[in-house]
Design a protein around this ligand. Structure first.
Ligand code: NDP
Length: 328
């Protein structure tokens, strides 16, 4: 049986130049494995950085693109009782999801509810737990507490707004362009401001002088310091990305005179450290919220594998209206 995947044999500065669709022959299904037809897989910034070689974890080459996604079981190998043919399953993280088919060990698959949008479920593994864990692992936040974040129109930003609201937390949402404000408000945010030198003043005006305990930064550059300037004395700033491509620029004055703590978060590290019980708890909670329609991300466009170069180019571009999804 013929299948197709988005493969790259080298990394390079222009991500769409290194990836392309290739056909391959599916082998006979091995005992204990199931054959999955991939339904949807997002293109995240980490996928783009993996193609350019700038990510913290790089698979050996040649590799298939894509880190997360969902699929439907179409065949079960010898000895497999579940998941059954027809089951919707979550693909194991890092398995190369931009492909029409994957043969996977049945025991590594998690079954998902049938009546939920597979596109929303395909984004379950990376961004929602990142948003959730940054709200739980660093500062003991109570209902009514304030959190500030930049790139608030990103998928992580949107999940964080929704999760914070469910916990009764207040968010201040910073974007880099006025054209993103409306969409962030539609995702439930009350306070949305454009990043600039006078950010603390405008945050004070918008919130009536909120005492901000936690700042969440995935931009880097001067944006890191702009967030730090909005924090209360003794506040914590968590960096989890560098969308600007610049190092975090922050004056020592915020450490010395304001006792600000600077931390980092990487989901891959959390995966290694968390107990199986904790992982099940986090993903069960997130899957439940997605199934109930309480947690979702905006989607800008979907592409098939024949248009993977256009898909990657779109995902690497700024000023999007949502995620780029591969539907192989
Ligand atoms: P999205 O693809 O949904 O959104 C990208 C965001 O980055 C948008 O807000 C966009 O703003 C902004 N952006 C793009 N280019 C720049 C730039 N040059 N300067 C400043 N901002 C820019 O992103 P995700 O939600 O999927 O991911 C957001 C961040 O979270 C990424 O940095 C990603 O690597 C990181 N991440 C980290 C994890 C971890 O474990 N540490 C796990 C998951 C995500 P605009 O629309 O204006 O272009």
């Amino acid at each position: 049986m013929k299948a197709k995947k988005a493969q790259y044999s080298q990394r390079g500065p222009v991500p769409q130049d290194v990836i392309g669709a290739v056909e391959f022959e599916l082998p006979a299904l091995a005992p204990g494995q199931v054959r999955v037809a991939v339904l949807a897989a997002p293109i995240n910034p980490s996928d783009v950085l993996t193609l350019t070689g700038e990510y913290g974890l790089l698979p050996p080459l040649p590799a298939t693109g894509g880190n997360e996604g969902v699929g439907r079981v179409i065949e079960c190998g010898e000895g497999v009782a579940s998941p059954a043919v027809g089951s919707l399953v979550l693909l194991p993280v890092g398995c190369g999801t931009w492909t029409t088919h994957l043969d996977l060990p049945a025991k590594h698959l998690v079954e998902l509810p049938h009546d939920v949008d597979p596109v929303q479920l395909s984004m379950l593994t990376v961004n929602p737990p990142t948003a959730l864990l940054m709200l739980t692992e660093f500062v003991d936040l109570q209902p009514g507490d304030w959190v500030i974040q930049n790139a608030a129109n990103s998928a992580v930003g949107g999940y964080l707004i929704q999760l914070a609201k469910l916990r009764g937390l207040n968010t201040i949402n910073v974007v880099r362009r006025a054209s993103a404000i409306e969409a962030v408000k539609e995702s439930g945010a009350e306070h949305v401001v454009v990043d600039a030198e006078d950010l603390p003043k405008r945050v004070r005006e918008a919130t009536g002088g909120a005492h901000v305990k936690l700042a969440i930064d995935c931009v880097g550059g001067v944006s890191t310091e702009n967030l730090a300037r909005c924090l209360d004395e003794g506040g914590t700033l968590v960096n989890y990305g560098a969308m600007s491509g610049e190092r975090c620029m922050i004056s020592p004055r915020y450490f010395v005179f304001r006792d600000i703590t600077l931390r980092g978060f990487w989901l891959s590290q959390w995966f290694k450290q968390a107990t199986p019980q904790k992982r099940t708890e986090v993903f069960g909670h997130i899957a439940g919220l997605i199934a109930e329609g309480k947690l979702q991300a905006r989607v800008q466009a979907t592409y098939d594998l024949d248009h993977i170069k256009q898909a990657v180019q779109a995902a690497a571009s700024g000023a999007r209206d949502g995620k780029i999804i591969v539907e192989p």
